[in-house]
Design a binder for this molecule. Sequence first.
Ligand code: URA
Length: 232
Amino acid sequence: MRMRLNAFLARAGVTSRRGADEMIKAGRVTVNDRLGHLNDQVSENDVVKLNNKQIRLRKSRNILLYKPTGYVTTLKDPQQRRKVIDLLDISERVVPVGRLDYDTTGALLLTNDGELANKLMHPRFKVDKVYEAVVKGIITKEVINKLNTGIELEDGRTAPAKAKMIAENKIELIIHEGRKHQVKRMLSAVGMKVIALHRSKYAGLDLSGLKPGQWRDLTEDEVIRLKRYTSK
Ligand code: URA
């Protein structure tokens, strides 16, 4: 894949793109032993050196995990509970994109591509998250209408969700925000207690072929699609 020289340096984890521009302008970067320029296009086959030391692209790793219940998505847990990253036997340092509660199951993306993770979590890109909530209480049309117009929470009004009843005691809720305990709080605000919460889809990625605790690498096409999603 060809990219601008500053993007290469940023993806190698050396600095930000802007920082890379400064290094290039200062004459500290060479491409195949020639002085690098701001507009140079390079690929992983080129020899890029910073201060005469070769810089290699970090291999990007993007993983879809079927999070089981009973795991935290944080990297450290003061209560020493089990962590989702312990389910992955990989050498790359990936981080979860956003959070799922300890007792929530479902689609969780993990990546070592910080730029992609930040974009996916940024409200601007409105990444769809599909949740299925088993609830205690009666699901009425009014409940669905309220969810679809937005709910007043203590940290402000939510954007309208796309809600529908999928069984007598089960609601599907599509949202693109990612506030803490958002689905549970939205449902509690309309009088529904969540008994079980599952995320069936994240950014169009579903869990087909995976069982709880299992994971797979995203395909190149899926990664390209995610990047397109976040480049609008
Ligand atoms: N909303 C919640 O309340 N919990 C989750 O884990 C995800 C969304």
